[in-house]
Design a protein around this ligand. Structure first.
Ligand code: FES
Ligand code: FES
Length: 215
């Protein structure tokens, strides 16, 4: 089938934009001179070293300071389990656990986390030695395409820790009472993790099983 002129244009535009972005990133990371439109040149050095522990392994990276934690994990450490869904903090596909708290890795810069401990889906378990939450997701059929699943699982693991630590949510009625592991709490706390396949009720069942409550 012949490509239309529009399709050719889209492909050329995409490739060119990608090449320009890579060149710019490489130049910025190495402190190279970048020519500007008005024929001046500017010496820039946007690279910075950062060391953190990811899945119990220490890493020191020299990164463009604008690199998000998600890109550092995916592009520099080859940990592609954390997914880039929206890159704008709206879908939760990039959720990782940082120093015991979940966060959207696309919304934070890697160089902000010197000395941090990061756990990604790869650090929670493996196909032969699954984390209990991963196993519960399998038992309850809590995914379809699986794209959101790493973020869902990291989030769910942290949700249980939040409830056990007595951290209230928006729907916690009594702030002085012990936080309960209820269906409404799971739904509220997991509301930042979007699943386009609509596996929500199965995800809730998996979490409920792990905390021993009925959904
Ligand atoms: S990719 Fe981070 S919230 Fe969507
Ligand atoms: S399983 Fe497909 S987006 Fe959630």
């Amino acid at each position: 089938m012949r490509a239309t002129a529009h399709q050719v244009y889209v492909v050329m535009y995409t490739v060119t934009a990608d090449l320009l972005a890579r060149k710019s990133n490489a130049a910025a990371a190495s402190g190279e001179e970048i020519a500007t439109n008005n024929h001046c040149s500017t010496q820039v050095s946007l690279a910075m070293k950062v060391s953190f522990t990811v899945n119990d392994q220490c890493h020191t990276l020299e990164l463009d300071t604008r690199t998000t934690l998600l890109d550092a994990l995916r592009e520099h450490l080859n940990l592609t389990g954390s997914k880039k869904g929206c890159d704008h903090g709206q879908c939760g596909a990039c959720t990782v656990i940082l120093d015991g708290r979940r966060l959207n890795a696309c919304l934070t810069l890697a160089v902000m986390h010197e000395g941090a401990r990061v756990t990604t889906i790869e650090g929670l378990g493996s196909p032969n030695a699954m984390h209990p939450m991963q196993a519960a997701f399998v038992r309850h059929d809590s995914y379809q395409c699986g794209y959101c699943t790493p973020g869902q699982i990291c989030s769910a693991v942290a949700v249980i820790d939040e409830i056990r630590a007595g951290i209230p949510s928006h729907v916690t009625a009594d702030l002085t009472a012990e936080t309960e592991a209820t269906s409404i709490e799971f739904r509220e706390r997991m509301s930042g993790n979007i699943c386009r396949c609509g596996a929500y009720s199965n995800i809730e069942e998996a979490i409920a099983e792990l905390v021993g409550s009925s959904p």
